[in-house]
Design a protein around this ligand. Structure first.
Ligand SMILES: [Fe+2]
Ligand SMILES: [Fe+2]
Length: 268
């Protein structure tokens, strides 16, 4: 459905605000902002390396995320330009972690290329069809990703691995900013069509899955390692991702429950 001019203008303003903050306060460089000279062999840890490698895997579907994501929003300037900028920011995530694994000697460059080939042997496809659904999916998924990186940052810092902690810090801050933009667009969608937007939110919740779950090789075993080191489980997901997102966009749990019941009824 074509959106009206006021909606387009509101999205444009959101994007300008997002982009200005990104340009002024959030830019970071893989080359000059990571303390690579502090890499030390005694900081290496196999579980941490495996977690970093898993994140590299998930972040490596970038070509699919970018190409498919931008097509859903190509008719909305603010969202399409966000997508392009998002792609730039995300492109540094896999790169920084990959460099970390090789420079710290925990993986060889050869191993990373093999892994990359295996990863890209499968293709990520859009989990939802419309821009509104993908936007809300983005709000939840980016916040969950932020929580995971925040946790990894703390673990790395506690182990004295300042290099990895710095990388997770920058990457996590990017993810939090992405979640914030998606939440703001979701709020605009809610103002425009509350019932429809909430129906989509219920649908996204019902079918929510982190990217990479079905694609990254040995994802289950990898999540096990992440969980063992205290990752984002169901409880954390609800408490720190799902409920806060609903609260920030101003939708109650009851509204979602009602919409979910409607969805079930119409599916029956
Ligand atoms: Fe990322
Ligand atoms: Fe992100």
């Amino acid at each position: 459905m074509a959106k009206n001019r006021a909606f387009r203008e509101a999205i444009y303003r959101e994007y300008m605000e997002f982009f200005e903050r990104a340009e002024r306060n959030r830019r970071w460089s893989v080359f000059t902002d990571i303390p690579w000279d502090q890499l030390a062999e005694e900081n290496n840890d196999e579980e941490a390396a495996l977690n970093a490698e898993t994140f590299v895997g998930v972040e490596s579907y970038l070509p699919d995320y970018v190409s498919q994501g931008i097509n859903v929003v190509r008719e909305m300037f603010g969202q399409a330009w966000f997508s392009a900028n998002w792609g730039y920011e995300e492109s540094k995530h896999a790169l920084a972690l990959r460099e970390y694994l090789v420079r710290s000697g925990q993986r060889t460059s050869e191993q990373m290329f093999d892994y990359e080939e295996e990863i890209l042997g499968k293709k990520w496809t859009l989990p939802f069809e419309t821009a509104r659904q993908m936007t809300f999916y983005g709000a939840v998924q980016e916040l969950a990703t932020f929580m995971m990186y925040k946790h990894q940052e703390k673990l790395a810092r506690d182990r004295g691995d300042e290099v990895l902690a710095t990388i997770y810090g920058y990457v996590g801050r990017d993810e939090a900013a992405h979640a914030d933009f998606y939440r703001k667009v979701t709020q605009l969608e809610i103002v425009e069509d509350r019932e429809g937007a909430i129906r989509d939110m219920a649908l996204v919740f019902k079918n929510f899955r982190m990217p990479g779950t079905l694609l990254v090789p040995d994802y289950d075993a990898r999540t096990e390692v992440m969980r063992k080191t205290g990752g984002v489980d169901r409880g954390v997901f609800f408490k720190e991702v799902w409920f806060p997102t609903l609260k920030k966009v101003g939708v109650t749990r009851e509204e979602i429950t009602r919409a979910s019941a409607e969805l079930r009824k119409s599916a029956a």
